[in-house]
Design a protein around this ligand. Structure first.
Ligand SMILES: Nc1ncnc2c1ncn2[C@@H]1O[C@H](COP(=O)(O)OP(=O)(O)OP(=O)(O)O)[C@@H](O)[C@H]1O
Ligand SMILES: [Mg+2]
Length: 471
């Protein structure tokens, strides 16, 4: 992957997101600013040129005369030319009496709306002969021979000058603003890129790592916002490191455990091959069989361990009666117990104990517990499997054999852990399997202190609500 390919497919880059968040509001502000500037500039332009229109109107008013009841208008052609001399715009005018009688000018100019009281001159935009015009309308008394009745003078001018003036003003006001926004956008773009540089360095550092290197990522130079993320990743790596360490240890232990029976097999085969005496060959084959059995037990326990690993299991929970399952499993051990002269008993609950779980795995758990109890209890002893229900469902396996020392009670659930001095065969995985199956069922397992100080009692407690949860 290229170093700057921070973007995952379909995901927006942080940079474009930031740009969007900053530039869109900035552009909206710019648009509002342009609209505002347009109105201001228009107002300024009108302010400048409206004064001229008013002056023309006032000049025209000077030429309105009155003799008796009649209005007149007296403006020489020369004076009119001078007054309306304009290289760019066309100027029109009309003078009317209050009653609307035409005194002079262009009668096609539309009659203005009524002027607001108190106002002498009003200005407005209009269209005349298909062209946009600005109109000034002046209400005034003729100065020569003053009259009671005022006259209305309209002066209309096309908007070429104003348009040019506005464009000049607008470009002077808006261009710098657009430039400012563009420069700000560029600076933000570059700033964001520089701000994200530590992230790219981080990506580079992680990308270049060996898959075996689970040491923490350096948080130096990492932005404060990203530090918790790096911390969480470091935390995860520490946990993965611990799990990998456990797995490595397990593989080493397994290899070690497998080596002994395999070496035994090899030694017995070599011995049998060297022997000519048939009875000796038979003896060697007998040992071979025992070693093979030990190996087979170890392999089946390893498989069971892998099968019940909580991370690997897709639980298929079904309701089942713990009472029934425990009774059947215990019954299967009767011949075995009988052979060893162990009194194997079962004390069930007086009604079905319904659990949601996997009956096959729970049977496997009971088998391991009962197997241990029979195996490690001397002949003539007593083993009892008991099912009880109160706020939880309890599976209790009790024996009256030698007690497991208190300091060993936690460790016996570890893989391959066996008590020193045990003469019985075993791979040291049974209780680890029991623990896994208990975890899978949300159950707890404890090895209790016996009140009478004799034997061992393993109690597995299944939460009753668990049954309701899963159903
Ligand atoms: N009921 C018991 N009485 C006395 N010691 C026990 C009892 N159950 C377990 N132990 C001790 O705990 C150790 C671990 O038991 P665990 O079932 O895990 O392994 P194992 O019996 O040695 O091998 P396997 O995997 O074949 O069951 C045993 O080796 C034994 O020393
Ligand atoms: Mg065992």
């Amino acid at each position: 992957m290229k170093p700057d390919a921070v973007k995952a497919k379909g995901n927006q880059t942080l940079r474009s997101r930031l740009m969007r968040l900053v530039l869109i509001p900035l552009s909206v502000i710019l648009l509002i600013d342009i609209a505002g500037s347009y109105f201001v500039v228009r107002h300024v332009a009108n302010g400048v040129y409206d004064v001229e229109l008013n002056e023309i109107a006032r000049e025209l008013l000077l030429h309105v005369t009155r003799e008796g009841n009649d209005f007149g208008f007296n403006l020489s052609a020369e004076a009119e030319r001078t007054l309306f001399l304009d290289e760019e715009d066309d100027v029109y005018y009309v003078i009317r009496t209050q009653t609307g009688n035409l005194l002079a000018g262009d009668p096609t100019l539309p009659v203005p709306k009524q002027l607001r009281p108190g106002k002498e001159t009003a200005y407005y935009d209009d269209v005349f002969e298909g062209k946009p015009v600005r109109v000034a309308v002046l209400r005034g008394q003729p100065l020569i021979h003053p009259a009671v009745e005022p006259v209305y003078i309209q002066v209309a001018e096309t908007q070429v000058k104003r348009g040019r003036y506005m464009r000049t003003l607008l470009s002077q006001v808006i261009l710098p603003q657009v430039l400012l926004i563009l420069i700000a956008g560029f600076l933000i773009w570059r700033g964001v890129a520089q701000g994200l540089a530590p992230l790219r360095r981080l990506q580079h550092e992680v990308g270049m790592r060996s898959h075996l290197d689970l040491s923490p990522i350096h948080t130096k130079d990492v932005p404060g916002e990203v530090e918790p993320l790096v911390g969480a990743v470091n935390d995860l790596m520490t946990r993965v490191d611990a799990v990998l360490g456990l797995q490595e240890r397990f593989i080493a232990d397994t290899a070690h455990q497998l080596r002994t029976p395999v070496a035994g097999l090899k030694a017995h085969i070599e011995l049998a091959l060297r022997e000519n005496d048939f009875s000796q060959v038979q003896r060697a084959l007998g040992h071979l069989y025992t070693s093979a059995e030990r190996l087979s037990r170890l392999v089946s326990q390893l498989l069971s361990l892998a099968r019940n690993e909580p991370h690997n299991v897709v639980a298929n929970f079904q309701p089942f009666d713990l009472n029934q399952v425990a009774l059947r499993a215990t019954q299967d051990w009767v011949p075995h117990a009988y052979k060893k002269d162990i009194d194997l008993g079962f004390e069930g609950a007086d009604k079905p104990v319904l659990l949601n779980g996997e009956a096959v795995r729970v049977t496997e758990m009971i088998n391991n517990l009962v197997d241990n109890a029979i195996r490690y209890t001397p002949s003539g002893g007593r083993v009892t499997v008991r099912i009880m229900q109160n706020d939880a469902a309890h599976l209790i396996v009790n024996d009256d054999g030698p007690r497991i020392p208190v300091e060993e009670r936690k460790r016996i659930f570890e893989r391959f852990h066996r008590l020193l001095g045990t003469h019985e065969e075993g791979s040291g995985l049974g209780l680890a399997i029991v623990h896994e199956i208990a975890t899978l069922h949300n159950a707890t397992i404890v090895l209790e202190d016996d009140v009478d100080g004799v034997g061992n009692t393993f109690t597995v407690s299944f939460p009753i609500s668990h049954a309701d949860d899963q159903s």
